[in-house]
Design a protein around this ligand. Structure first.
Ligand code: SAH
Length: 214
């Protein structure tokens, strides 16, 4: 089912209003939310709820993030066209699609094989072309493609992975939810090889960023 009809479009505009009311101001981010058919990123049994500002279950016990959260993290990244962006936790591919809409060159890692395969097929089917989708462990990043302008972590990290900080360009920024039960949204801007500016925002709830499967 790849239908996107006027009802979906109408509900999407309501969703844009909702996230705007919650404080998102970046026009390009709002446009992306208004354009991407979120209902196609989730199981058809949730179709009626796809434009609520809520997280929902996807395959492999994971979730598609809440649109407000996606918008919040994306806004903080200040994406510019052509930015090389590393995403940890491809999941449904919704956040990946938002980054693609903003003109980023997206590299994304997912550790659940089922999701990795499904999302890879799905994104190409609906016309999104991330640079590279990887099946693997996000804690390690993608050293062979580093450095990145921006890094976004879309699962709750019990601590900040050193490898990820090391893969940021000087001047680059990373947005990562840090914590176990609840997470504090945290932004790092790399000032020099060894210095990072750290800013903390509000609290969010994510599925955990898991370490090695074995
Ligand atoms: N960006 C996704 C959010 C998915 S939820 C979306 O928009 O739908 C977080 C995802 O992170 C899950 O799919 C989970 O499997 C994945 N994940 C958890 N630990 C990981 C790790 N160590 N490396 C890569 N992905 C991981």
């Amino acid at each position: 089912m790849v239908e996107d009809n006027f009802r979906h479009k109408g509900k999407r505009q309501q969703l844009v209003k909702t996230v705007t009311r919650k404080g998102i101001t970046d026009k390009k981010v709002l446009e992306a939310i208004g354009k991407i058919p979120r209902h196609l990123f989730m199981d058809s049994s949730f179709e009626d709820h796809a434009y609520q500002d809520k997280a929902f279950p996807i395959a492999a016990d994971q979730t598609i993030s809440q649109p407000y959260t996606v918008a919040f993290q994306t806004e903080k990244l200040e994406i510019e066209k052509g930015d090389k962006v590393l995403e940890i936790g491809t999941g449904s591919g919704y956040q990946t699609a938002v980054l693609c809409e903003l003109g980023a060159k997206v590299y994304s890692i997912e550790r659940q094989r089922e999701l990795y395969k499904k999302t890879k097929n799905f994104l190409s089917k609906i016309g999104y072309r991330p640079k590279y989708l990887s099946f693997g462990d996000g804690y390690k990043g993608l050293p062979e493609y580093a450095p990145f302008d921006k890094i976004i972590v879309t699962a709750g990290a019990p601590y900040v992975p050193k490898d990820l900080l090391g893969q940021l360009k000087i001047g680059g920024r990373m947005v990562i939810p840090v914590g176990t039960e609840v997470q504090t949204m945290t932004m790092f801007i790399r000032k020099s090889p060894k210095e990072f500016d750290k800013t903390e925002f509000g609290q969010f709830r994510f599925v955990p960023l898991l370490e090695d499967k074995n």
